[in-house]
Write a protein that binds this ligand. Sequence first.
Ligand SMILES: Nc1nc2c(ncn2[C@@H]2O[C@H](COP(=O)(O)OP(=O)(O)OP(=O)(O)O)[C@@H](O)[C@H]2O)c(=O)[nH]1
Ligand SMILES: [Mg+2]
Length: 438
Amino acid sequence: MREAKSTASPLDRAISVHPEIVGDRQSTYAWQARAEEFKRLVESCACERVASVRLPLRQLVPGTLFGRGQVEHVRDLVQAHEAQVVFVDHALSPVQQRNLENAWQAKVVDRTGLILEIFAARARTREGVLQVELASLNYQLGRLVRSWTHLERQRGGYGFLGGPGERQIELDRRMIRERIRNLEHALEKVRRMRSTQRAGRRRKAIPTVALVGYTNAGKSTLFNRLTAASVYSADQLFATLDPTLRKLRLPSGRSLMLADTVGFVQELPHELVEAFRATLEEVTEADLILHVQDASDPMRRQQAEVVRKTLAQLGLVGDAAPPILEVLNKADLVPGMHSRISPQIAESRIAVSALTGQGIAQLLDLLDGWASSTMQERCLKLAPGDGRTLAFCHRYGQVLDVHMDASGSATVRVRLQPEDWGRIELHQGFHRLRKKFR
Ligand SMILES: Nc1nc2c(ncn2[C@@H]2O[C@H](COP(=O)(O)OP(=O)(O)OP(=O)(O)O)[C@@H](O)[C@H]2O)c(=O)[nH]1
Ligand SMILES: [Mg+2]
């Protein structure tokens, strides 16, 4: 297989094409917002956007998506601007992609390809890199297989798909499959390691809180503010790809694990949802989800809906799912925004500014209240000399009261996480059994 070539070099001149489906229920305003977001996605890819064009689609043409006149219009634009790349804000079938490349004499990248490109540029940790490579190989393989059966066996020398002829494609396909198998194996290993780490955290009874939200909502900035850590944040879409976990110490002294995650975007290609399952695993395993929203964005509600739908796809709805606290970030840009605090954390909504620190103390208090509410208070009788259980209580819980009687046994009033109560019960049951058979 030839080395995967980056689709856009810094000097590539790009045109973005925004198909607008006529008669779609989306308002003109929603289309504009979507076009704006796509432009930002294109700009996140190191290339120069020289033109953009909106094309109303009355019907989808199977071979080219666009009508003949529209295809010609874009071809003229490509020539006039000497563009090398055309980004299309729509999924393109391999056939469409190929036909458009021939018609426009430029590299054509669809929405999935563009997001993959951005993900590839941003992935930092080993896991992120593996996941992105896996996703893009699966994407390429699909194209290779389908373009192989439907089309001539050669594709002009664009991007990662070019292969000189039949034999080469067969070879490419085999090598891609092999690489996919290796990647899956490597990823499985990384996942196992992460689940061991998670189990370790659970044993220590540290609840995990995941920051989720639409891309650019300010999750990483909030993560930094809360943990005073220094994690990469930038005014780019998808600045974060890998989950970042940090310990957060609350005002009461209790600890939480805070996870920063990849931003959601509308129509996140399903290949990517799959490939990023490990990244999102932090979210599926979280005890509490903070849904971070950009309060200053006029599309906030629609973005929140995209996030809720994606969470639902991950099975994070219903009684067994963790509670979700809405965090309206960038409150500094929206004067007069108020928090709504309710004893039920899922019914609360908190206005903060990760940039100025407004509302952060209130958010920390809310988290503190939640963390303590997950503990259960009970009385525990300890046999004389059972110093281990007492030490366990001190270490993992809040010891409220210790009362020693004359026989040397102790009564302890303590608040612990449910899992830790389970461990104590197990330990005591074992103790009793041992005494009985001694
Ligand atoms: N005015 C203002 N800007 C903010 C605030 N929080 C974040 N930003 C800005 O919003 C942009 C995006 O912030 P990030 O923290 O990178 O956003 P993110 O949600 O992590 O984005 P992805 O990782 O790409 O999904 C940056 O330019 C931040 O400086 C805030 O409270 N107020
Ligand atoms: Mg981020």
